[in-house]
Ligand binder design. Structure first.
Ligand SMILES: Cc1cc2nc3c(=O)[nH]c(=O)nc-3n(C[C@H](O)[C@H](O)[C@H](O)COP(=O)(O)OP(=O)(O)OC[C@H]3O[C@@H](n4cnc5c(N)ncnc54)[C@H](O)[C@@H]3O)c2cc1C
Length: 596
């Protein structure tokens, strides 16, 4: 539990704290091998693995507090209680939407929905193709990441209410606990959803979608700990709590926000430390120093903002704020890819859901299953529009040519590799008794994260550019319309008394064919929210595509700055993000340990 040295002095001769502390004097003005900025999902994971070597010293600085014992964090059965509170950054974005992001030890892993899914194998393999050919040996591909994703977890198989699992897709020695909930819904609704979506689209049912083929409907587990009353198995619960009293070489300073990297003045591009301050902006600035590396894990919004404040970004943007350019990397904060969600509901017929908490069945249809007979013409539209979309979106990327190459890869995934294009998340009780959350997984719209001030306490301007590419609206509208049909397909239809959201006055259906595409698009745009899965803002790609980090996740041009969070994912995947991010963090920790 918290161990601070408790000596509010700026003397350099102090006992170094370990564990979790809020006291800056336990860390300030000392030197660590690694300073990790952000104690979220990836930051805690990397820190824990580095600290396995007792000779290595690690400091994590986290802006949020240590709320591990707050039910808003550990109680997954009451998801969403942290939203809009002090545990949430509440990042404002364009279109008046607010993005949720964890501002607490564990970051997103402490407040998220705990759905445990992975993308299509080909989507991970494609990351390698966005690097230079000589980086192929770094194995940014499915096989390598699959092993690291397995390393992260301890899977407890349970055959409850049709839920299943394939043992070989999971690990049995890792710290993150993954299982189905004790109180998992045993009523008819989840099974009915799975059957109806198969009937409607022909999608396959899979016992477990975590093996690299998510194009199916499947029962999906949660990262929760069955040994511990089903409490959330967040990054800190898994990687920190069990070792915090013994790893005296690792300290996590909470309630403190990093404002800037400290660069050597000799043009060596060596970051010798970071500057930080209490997260409520009170008190003085502090510094801390690094012997080996600064590791950035402040998330897909926090990391590009920190880099820009530290002189890493587009020189025109930086100079407009009076910031000297240390590294000219114009795509820091660009290539933002965030998804959009709509919720559809139907009233229950009085069935007993027989359970509570998170829902556990998801369908991931591909283009052909969403669009049916129209699919080939949609595919044609995608291929023939790439150049035009890249031209329209080039301001949010390195260039038109770079974005075209990335779009080609994205289109190949969607059209040839049949990657799921939407998530249909069955949700008992939200937004009505029978609920389905719908989101376009692989948007073509690109956005930006840009600081507007050198003040670290002013949030960056986030421009997601929701639906800037109309294909994103087309996909979101078609999948919403599909859900309307799903509500009318047996056996799910037998459990409802009819659709309530959007309902037939909001989106009429006079010809009984589902309703007009134009009206669905309008409804989608009127009612969507962010999914809170931002990626891509410091992408791992070669520089001619607009990469910010190389295949070692090192910032181009810097000597000792690495990024390990969701900002490095060059593209979205057909999945929730956390299993993949645990895998990325495990992989990069090994790279660092191996001196790569
Ligand atoms: C509401 C919500 C629901 C989600 N649901 C799911 C789900 O069901 N399943 C799933 O797999 N994934 C889900 N995700 C996604 C997943 O949780 C995130 O993608 C993941 O947490 C991102 O990891 P990260 O390490 O990149 O960033 P984070 O986990 O967000 O960590 C970043 C950390 O850095 C800290 N920080 C930021 N700036 C600074 C600074 N300047 N100084 C110090 N600290 C700083 C933050 O406070 C935060 O703790 C969800 C996310 C959200 C927000």
């Amino acid at each position: 539990v918290p161990i601070a040295d408790g000596t509010p002095s700026n003397s350099t001769i102090r006992k170094r704290a370990s564990g979790v502390t809020w006291n800056p004097w336990g860390a300030a003005y000392q030197t660590y091998d690694y300073v990790v900025v952000g104690g979220g999902l990836t930051g805690i994971t990397v820190a824990a693995r580095l600290a396995e070597n007792p000779a290595t010293t690690v400091l994590v600085i986290e802006a949020g507090g240590d709320n591990r014992w707050d039910p808003r964090v550990y109680d997954i059965y009451n998801y969403g209680q942290a939203f809009g509170s002090e545990l949430d950054w509440q990042y404002p974005t364009d279109a008046g939407k607010t993005m949720v992001a964890g501002k607490t030890l564990g970051g997103g892993s402490s407040i998220n929905g705990a759905a445990w899914t992975r993308g299509l194998a080909a989507q991970y393999d494609a990351w390698s193709s966005l690097l230079t050919p000589d980086e192929a040996s770094l194995n940014w591909d499915w096989n390598s990441l699959f092993n690291y994703m397995k390393k992260a977890i301890y899977h407890f198989p349970r055959s409850l209410h049709c839920a299943d699992g394939v043992d070989s897709y999971h690990g049995f020695n890792g710290p993150v606990q993954v299982t189905f909930p004790d109180d998992m819904y045993g009523g008819p609704q989840q099974k009915a959803f799975a059957q109806s979506i198969q009937t409607l689209t022909g999608i396959a049912k899979s016992p477990d979608l975590n093996g690299g083929q998510p194009n199916c409907v499947s029962f999906t587990p949660n990262n929760m700990n069955w040994h511990d009353g089903d409490r959330r198995s967040s990054a800190p619960a898994a990687y920190l709590t069990p070792v915090e009293s013994v790893r005296t070489n690792w300290i996590t300073l909470v309630n403190h926000q990093v404002s800037n990297l400290l660069w050597a003045t000799d043009d060596s591009k060596w970051a010798y430390g970071v500057k930080f301050k209490q997260a409520d902006n009170s008190g003085q600035d502090y510094e801390v120093y690094v012997r080996k590396e600064v590791i950035l894990a402040a998330g897909a919004i926090g990391t590009p903002a920190l880099l820009q404040r530290s002189g890493v970004g587009d020189p025109t943007h930086l100079s407009s704020l009076g910031i000297n350019t240390v590294l000219n990397l114009p795509t820091v904060g660009k290539n933002l890819q965030e998804q959009t969600m709509n919720a559809l509901g139907a009233a229950g017929n009085g069935f007993d859901p027989a359970g509570r908490g998170p829902s556990d069945v998801i369908a991931y249809p591909n283009l052909y299953e969403v669009f049916g007979s129209q699919a080939n013409s949609i595919a044609q539209t995608i291929w023939s529009s790439i150049s035009q979309w890249a031209d329209a979106q080039k301001g949010n990327a390195l260039s038109k040519a770079a974005l075209e190459t990335i779009y080609q890869s994205q289109a190949d995934m969607i059209i040839n590799k049949k990657a799921p294009i939407v998530e249909l998340f069955y949700d008992t009780g939200y937004p009505d008794m029978v609920g389905v959350l719908v989101w376009n997984l692989l948007p073509f719209s690109r956005g930006t994260v840009k600081i507007t001030s050198t003040d670290p306490f002013i949030k960056p301007q986030i421009n997601v550019n929701y639906f800037a590419v109309d294909m994103d609206t087309t996909i979101q509208a078609a999948s919403s319309k599909l859900v309307r049909k799903l509500f009318k397909t047996a056996p799910l239809s037998g459990l409802t008394t009819g659709e309530t959201i959007p309902g037939f006055s909001a989106v009429p259906d006079p010809n009984n064919n589902g309703g007009s595409d134009t009206e669905w698009k309008q409804w989608v745009k009127n009612t969507y929210g962010p999914v809170n899965h931002p990626v891509g803002t410091c992408a791992m790609m070669r520089q001619d595509l607009g990469g910010v980090v190389d295949g070692h996740l090192k910032v181009y041009g810097a000597q000792n700055v690495r990024i390990v969070d969701a900002s490095i994912m060059p593209t979205q995947i057909s999945a929730h993000l956390s299993s993949t991010l645990f895998g990325i963090a495990e992989k990069v920790a090994d790279m660092i340990k191996n001196g790569q």
